[in-house]
Design a protein around this ligand. Structure first.
Ligand SMILES: *Cc1c(COP(=O)(O)O)cnc(C)c1O
Length: 354
């Protein structure tokens, strides 16, 4: 008894989020983590060569980046909060806005970081089942709660909710903060940003990781009323003043400056996605109609786990979640046209189609 390490009782024990595999081998077709296959805007690389003041602390308010985003979105600078990827922004938002005794609500099938943060921060939560077509039912979110969060489009389903459904959820949740996680909104969805004027309890979160090809830089941001942005900044400054490093402030602003490139590359991904959907149907897959840079697909006869392993042996990485309700599905990131053709060629021969 006396030998027992009593300090162990004081160590936080959590079940962490498991990120997708990042193989060392550069020679793989990597369609497992929803990265963008195209490089960032040319101005980003140019700016990288100019980053030299690493000796100094960065601007704690990341004003250049905040201003670039606010200007682009038609907001005041005081309505934008930036963080180290939207994961950091969302974790800060959970800390700032979800402090009720009542449970926060999110879908049962969704971004698998939400329950991890709720557990870590000791926030009570309840998950609401998607319907059999993987749709969010707004009425599930009418009841009393401590806050609401969902991605739009949802991940990993790729399904986009129309703005009317989001207004419906907001109308029934005037007493709590509602966070819309728009990690994939730039691939053809309508942002809830237009609702900010009407709902001062709305927080919209976006990221540079997917549509801006900058997952490695770690830039995410929240947009909301000045009051909510002030609150989240207070929490950030109580935790770490310098979350945004100097290169990410400058390179992020350079990315926002090139809108033509942004529209061209996201447009290309949308085009490839629509072509790939037709191929999937031909190959015997069924899938919700994705508006993201991935498709969540199930084969009518061949188990997902088998396709996942076979593709990996062929150096094609896909994402497989061994979880209830979705263990028949593969989440397939939209890469370049060439990468997607390599995948369909593999599937053709693996499934014995041609
Ligand atoms: C990828 C993703 C994020 C986090 O992305 P960051 O790289 O941290 O910006 C957040 N939410 C959803 C739903 C995602 O898919």
């Amino acid at each position: 008894m006396s030998n027992e390490k009593k300090w162990r009782a004081n160590i936080r024990s959590v079940v962490p989020y498991v990120p997708g595999e990042q193989p060392e081998d550069q020679d793989v077709i990597k369609l497992n983590t929803n990265e963008n296959p195209y490089p960032p805007a040319p101005g980003v690389r140019k700016m990288l060569e100019q980053v030299d003041d690493l000796r100094r602390y960065p601007d704690p308010a990341a004003s250049k980046l905040v201003h670039a985003i606010a200007d682009y979105k038609g907001l005041k600078d005081s309505q934008v909060f930036v963080g180290v990827g939207s994961d950091d922004v969302l974790a800060m938002a959970f800390m700032t806005f979800f402090n009720s005794e009542k449970p926060i609500l999110f879908p049962d099938i969704t971004y698998s970081f939400y329950d991890v943060w709720a557990d870590l921060l000791k926030i009570p939560y309840r998950t609401m089942d998607l319907d059999e077509d993987f749709q969010i039912r707004p009425a599930d979110y009418y009841g009393e709660n401590g806050g609401v969060i969902f991605p739009n489009p949802n991940a990993p389903t790729g399904l986009l909710m129309p703005l009317e459904s989001i207004t419906d959820i907001l109308d029934h949740n005037q007493d709590v903060i509602v966070i819309v996680d728009e990690a994939y909104i730039d691939f053809g969805g309508l942002s809830a940003l237009s609702l900010l004027d009407r709902y001062e309890n709305l927080v919209v979160v976006q990221t540079f990781s997917k549509s801006r090809s900058m997952a490695g830089m770690r830039i995410g941001y929240a947009m909301a009323s000045e009051e909510l942005i002030r609150a989240i900044n207070d929490v950030k400054y109580s935790f770490n003043s310098y979350t945004m490093n100097q290169p990410s402030i400058l390179l992020g602003a350079a990315s926002v400056a090139d809108d033509a490139y942004f529209k061209e590359t996201t447009g290309r991904i949308i085009k490839t996605r629509e072509w790939f959907k037709k191929e999937l149907t031909r190959l015997g897959f069924v899938f919700p109609d994705s508006r993201a840079n991935f498709v969540f697909a199930r084969h009518e006869t061949v188990p997902a786990a088998e396709i996942f392993e076979a593709a990996k042996k062929n150096k094609i990485y896909l994402r497989y979640f061994n979880k209830p309700r979705i263990n028949d599905y593969l989440r397939i990131t939209i890469g370049t046209e060439e990468e997607m053709r390599a995948l369909t060629d593999f599937l053709d021969s693996y499934l014995g189609i041609s």
